[in-house]
Design a protein around this ligand. Sequence first.
Ligand SMILES: Cc1cc2nc3c(=O)[nH]c(=O)nc-3n(C[C@H](O)[C@H](O)[C@H](O)COP(=O)(O)OP(=O)(O)OC[C@H]3O[C@@H](n4cnc5c(N)ncnc54)[C@H](O)[C@@H]3O)c2cc1C
Length: 440
Amino acid sequence: MVVVGGGFGGLQAVAKLRRLPVAVTLVDRRNFHLFQPLTYQVATGALSPGEIAYPLRAIFKRNRNVHVLMAEVEDFDLEARELHLGSAEGVPAPATITYDTLIVSGGSRYSYFGHEEWSDHAAEVKSLESALTVRNRLLSAFEAAEWESDPERRAAWLTFVVVGAGPTGVEMAGQIGELARDTLRADFRSIDPRKARILLVEAADRALTTFPRSLSVKAGRSLEKLGVTVLTQRTVVGVDAEGVAIGGGGGKPERISSRTVIWAAGVTASGLARKLAELTGAETDRAGRVTVEPDLTLPGHQEVFALGDMVRVRDAAGGSTVLPGVAPVAMQQGRYAARVVRDRLRSRPTPTFRYRDKGNLATIGRGAAVADIKGLKLSGHLAWITWLVVHLWYLIGFQNRLLVFVRWTTSFFTHGRGARLITGQNVEDRGAMPRPSSKD
Ligand SMILES: Cc1cc2nc3c(=O)[nH]c(=O)nc-3n(C[C@H](O)[C@H](O)[C@H](O)COP(=O)(O)OP(=O)(O)OC[C@H]3O[C@@H](n4cnc5c(N)ncnc54)[C@H](O)[C@@H]3O)c2cc1C
């Protein structure tokens, strides 16, 4: 067995397969599993990278039938049942490996509506590295504003634009609000961080469109309390080093000066989806997802499964269903693929895949969250505690659970964020910072 991707889908597949009499090789370009739902907390200094990531080798250290291989999957030869590999992060890797059964869960990445050049100025929080870039940019914006004497330039440093009001955008904007109004409140001498302007731009008519309208309204109110302005029915039509242009307000696009833009809109499937589609004749949709059969295999290739963010599933009527791009979908699909393998070993049939939707959660800030659990609509503290428990439960590694629990409890009482560090070279990435001498 070869499993590509140690994210949510791949990890669940291997966790089930390790109990079967099969040899499993897990291939990932990273040597760790990343808990993406909390990367935005790294981006805002609430958590440290090591608390939301866990080495893949450590997860499977007791399973002698599981091998972990750090490599970049570059291509597939489905006839020869072979993967073509390249080195990841400079680590040498074998050129090929073979398989009897292949499971691919390569995930997705953010797309910039066909303007990849915007990514230079609008970082996202999908990977640990990009979350650290965002952290550097956020914190250095406050540092820069402290020394900037020109009011317009200072305002640009203190204007934060988050693009996309799905759960990640809402969580990100809420955290920036808490950082500015709460954590950093007393840290500066020339600026008042509470005056920071935080804009959350959304093309739809409300934030959190995957939630019932009543919960969107509640989330909007919680965001307002944190100083976030939600701009609905507005689309970003330009991003550069000096700010964003926002259309949809009638007339010419509005120009907003901002030195910190965060991207949380639109995803596109991993390039592995397109490769598999080309090799099997499977369809892809506009987001690059490959269409898999109801049992998650590729057409004509019962031995190849694809799952998670990179697929949509053919339904009984011959159409296809796009399931939400969330961790539970990938996890259930990963477990399902392992179950099919088990049933094949026992010569038993497996019913087709069915997603069990357990609900939707999003947090806005301390004590504020919304939850839609099988029609039960929760908000405020109850939703927030549900959110905390669910995230701690699914976090990999006992030590990480404990550390995050302690961090969250401490922050709750102290209003602090221990990982407010500016590291790396990202400050220079955005052009010259104002010099201390520019201060009056
Ligand atoms: C910022 C953010 C916040 C989110 N918040 C939530 C949330 O609160 N709740 C929720 O349910 N979902 C959330 N999601 C969505 C959730 O993380 C995804 O739906 C889930 O990760 C999908 O799992 P996957 O296995 O398809 O892909 P991933 O978990 O992304 O795993 C893909 C893996 O494949 C590896 N890989 C990819 N290509 C290659 C290659 N060519 N060679 C080798 N390895 C490769 C990657 O390194 C990665 O480890 C969030 C996503 C993001 C980005």
